[in-house]
Design a protein around this ligand. Structure first.
Ligand code: DGL
Length: 227
């Protein structure tokens, strides 16, 4: 099976890794649109144009399935095709079945979409955390940013990482976390009878991109793509 996975940058790699762990015998094509990161502060119109371009790119590679590994895109758009899976829905089901009081941190656009708030039937404390994606893309951890945000959450059973980037810093978070990539991989039942292949495309490839990808994925070639 050929599976396309996309995000605004590095975040979707946290989802890709979980999919590869669980279903290694597939071909994966990843697109990180780091030329346009962060998505969380863009207008709906801009996001629509970027999403269409990425989906067209993945379709030109003949993918059988597209995983929207971005909370911001998943919560702001509907996709008519059965071939497209949003990263957020498995997490919403999982949380409804397992917790009573959760924190949700996500990008401005995700929180403003109210997608999680409308579908979760547990107590949810929400927080916009727009400084995290730029911090993660910069390749440097700033504990003062993280700890400031974390101070907002009290008495929660778990913290939903509503943006896939945040799974990349989960070791720095003082709560039990709900990692959307883990939940998604566990909820799917993909075939696993092909041969592993991975192509990693980013819309901007420089030393920072190469180093960041290496830290997360290990030794893979990073290709530049024009959407
Ligand atoms: N990983 C994207 C998400 O899940 C990040 C959005 C952004 O680039 O701001 O929301």
């Amino acid at each position: 099976m050929r599976i396309g996975v996309f995000d605004s940058g590095l975040g979707g790699l946290s989802v890709l890794k979980e999919l590869i762990n669980k279903y290694p015998n597939n071909e994966y094509i990843y697109v990180g649109d780091n030329l346009n990161v962060p998505y969380g502060d863009k207008s709906i119109q801009e996001l629509q144009v970027l999403t269409t371009k990425i989906i067209n790119f993945l379709n030109s590679k003949d993918v059988d399935l597209i995983v929207v590994a971005c909370g911001t895109i998943s919560t702001n758009f509907n996709f008519r095709s059965d071939k497209v899976i949003k990263v957020v829905d498995a997490t919403i089901n999982y949380v409804n079945n397992n917790y009573r009081h959760v924190g949700l941190m996500a990008t401005n656009r995700t929180i403003e979409s109210n997608y999680f708030q409308k579908r979760l039937n547990v107590v949810v404390d929400v927080l916009k955390t727009p400084l995290l994606v730029p911090m993660i893309e910069s390749g440097k951890i700033d504990l003062s940013i993280i700890n400031n945000y974390m101070a907002s959450f009290k008495d929660i059973d778990a913290l939903i990482l509503g943006c896939t980037h945040y799974a990349l810093i989960k070791d720095y978070l003082p709560f039990k976390v709900v990692d959307m990539g883990v939940v998604l991989a566990n909820s799917l039942n993909l075939s696993n009878d092909g041969v592993f292949k991975l192509n990693l495309y980013f819309t901007k490839v420089d030393d920072l991109t190469i180093n960041n990808v290496k830290k997360i994925m290990g030794e893979y070639t990073v290709e530049e793509c024009i959407l």
